[in-house]
Design a protein around this ligand. Structure first.
Ligand SMILES: Cc1cc2nc3c(=O)[nH]c(=O)nc-3n(C[C@H](O)[C@H](O)[C@H](O)COP(=O)(O)OP(=O)(O)OC[C@H]3O[C@@H](n4cnc5c(N)ncnc54)[C@H](O)[C@@H]3O)c2cc1C
Length: 233
């Protein structure tokens, strides 16, 4: 039984993503057919400028035609419980019914990691849970034995989100108000998205970047001004 580390890999992104978004967006304003616009030899520079403009105006539906698929491991069940609340996405998660956890890995929160005594106690609890799980598994099925497993148990998940949902996901989960583990995952995904599609994701991040102020009131981290201050009230 070991501690586990976050690993995020991009499995696939929609081919010709820039041209797909560009054609879909142009279709809205042109009498030409998107099928023809897609084949036009438009420079990526021109496509990028057009896409930045439509995102700036809030016309985001063309972004839904581009999808990113990530393979994620080294995350806790506490994280995936939050992740799967994002509904405009597809998920395939390692099952605790079909995969036994006879030697489960687990995630240690940083606040526990930095305290030697707490870390020892945490590991001790994980060892006891492992023992209990293995004992229960001798007389019952993995689907019932899993009831004693902790939220810290490591899991693997494949996530597909379209670019519009990703922007929303980053607004919520890159915020310092988000829980530390899902924030770490969100930033890893954001790095990949910025590399793959900079015209869409270069300005992506916590919602204060888009709003120009923080809507979190007394929970604000203080990096962005309050709404009142931003509006000069
Ligand atoms: C800091 C933080 C703290 C949180 N704390 C809690 C908590 O204590 N308890 C808790 O239960 N949850 C909590 N959540 C989860 C939160 O309530 C949402 O379930 C989660 O962020 C999923 O995002 P979403 O609903 O905005 O959008 P997604 O599911 O990602 O959907 C994207 C957008 O599509 C639209 N949409 C999707 N489905 C619908 C629908 N059925 N009807 C109308 N519009 C829809 C909305 O505009 C939505 O913003 C927390 C989230 C954050 C970021």
């Amino acid at each position: 039984m070991e501690q586990s580390k976050l690993n995020v890999q991009l499995l696939e992104v929609t081919q010709n993503a820039l041209s797909v978004i560009y054609s879909a967006a142009r279709q809205c304003y042109s009498s030409d057919f998107a099928g023809e616009i897609f084949k036009d030899n438009v420079s990526s520079d021109k496509q990028e400028r057009f896409i930045e403009k439509i995102i700036g105006s809030g016309h985001e539906s063309p972004l839904e035609h581009v999808k990113f698929t990530f393979a994620v491991e080294g995350v806790s069940r506490a994280l995936t419980h939050q992740l799967v609340r994002h509904r405009i996405a597809s998920y395939s998660q390692q099952s605790q019914r079909y995969v036994t956890e006879k030697d489960f890995e687990y995630i240690v929160p940083p606040s526990v990691e930095k305290d030697e005594n707490l870390k020892k106690e945490f590991k001790n609890i994980m060892d006891r849970i492992q023992k209990a799980y293995n004992e229960i598994l001798e007389t019952t099925s993995p689907q019932d034995a899993r009831y004693v497993l902790p939220q810290a148990a490591e899991t693997k998940i494949v996530v597909t989100m379209n670019a519009r949902e990703l922007l929303h996901f980053f607004e919520e989960r890159c915020c310092t108000r988000a829980q530390w583990e899902i924030r770490k995952l969100a930033y890893e995904m954001l790095l990949i998205c910025k590399r793959e599609l900079p015209s869409v994701f270069s300005m992506a991040g916590p919602k204060c970047l888009k709003l120009g102020y923080c809507p979190e009131g007394k929970f604000s981290c203080g990096l962005a001004p309050s709404k009142e201050k931003a509006l000069g009230r």
